[in-house]
Design a protein around this ligand. Structure first.
Ligand code: CA
Length: 228
């Protein structure tokens, strides 16, 4: 099945141009002109990737992105008219995967979409997410091995570990980890993350005073340690 895209843009001419081009490129294409329409379609149609204009009437692309991220891991490319670096940082912080500045060519848009879709599909093609320091994590099998011995983790612990290990060196807040782990059931109890982390470290044989795998970044959250 061809990937399903949702294009969100309030400028009708530009929306139509993108739609026509991407449809010709073989994508299934949905369109929305407002943030609320985008949120509705994101929920009902579950697109693989959303191209989201920053400047929208009623509800901004930022708010739309934030809301979508509470329930979906689909790809999000933010589009803005300003080439302001702070926009980019804000966009990525609230969960956008990539960022495109107007004006851009349709060809560039298409290649960014393909690159992100490839990146998102990545783990399915690679059953082993990570293998190093005697630790093996298999995403598709939901199994973790330390020194060849399987470690029994709860689903929540597994999702936390997976989120951290997928991006070594990247810092995650407790809230981000909680959202990743609990998705829809997320209740906002950031602090419960500490006990999950404690249990994870114990099971991985990680020294909490000097952890090798899951490191504390004070004031921010946790990260999976980079290879030493
Ligand atoms: Ca706009």
């Amino acid at each position: 099945m061809e990937p399903k895209l949702l294009l969100v843009e309030d400028e009708p001419g530009m929306l139509e141009e993108m739609q026509t081009y991407l449809h010709r490129e073989g994508f299934r294409v949905l369109t929305a002109r407002t943030g609320n329409e985008a949120l509705m379609l994101a929920r009902s149609e579950r697109p693989d990737l959303i191209v989201l204009d920053w400047m929208l009437p009623e509800k901004s692309g930022i708010d739309v992105c934030r809301e979508i991220r509470q329930t979906s891991n689909c790809g999000i490319i933010m589009v803005t008219a300003r080439s302001d670096e702070t926009d980019k940082i804000v966009g990525l912080e609230i969960g956008a995967d990539d960022y495109l500045t107007k004006p851009f060519s349709l060809r560039e848009l298409s290649s960014r979409i393909r690159a992100l879709l490839r990146r998102l599909r990545g783990p399915e093609d690679k059953p082993v997410l990570l293998e190093r320091d005697n630790l093996t994590i298999s995403e598709t099998k939901c199994q973790v091995f330390k020194d060849g011995q399987e470690i029994q983790l709860t689903p929540t612990e597994f999702k936390i570990l997976l989120t951290l290990a997928a991006r070594p060196g990247m810092v995650f807040s407790r809230l981000q980890l909680l959202k990743a782990a609990l998705a829809d059931e997320y209740m906002g109890y950031e602090r419960t993350m500490d006990s999950h982390i404690r249990n994870l470290r114990r099971k991985l044989g990680d020294d909490s005073a000097n952890p090798r795998y899951i490191q504390t970044v004070y004031g921010f959250g946790y990260r999976f340690g980079e290879q030493s």
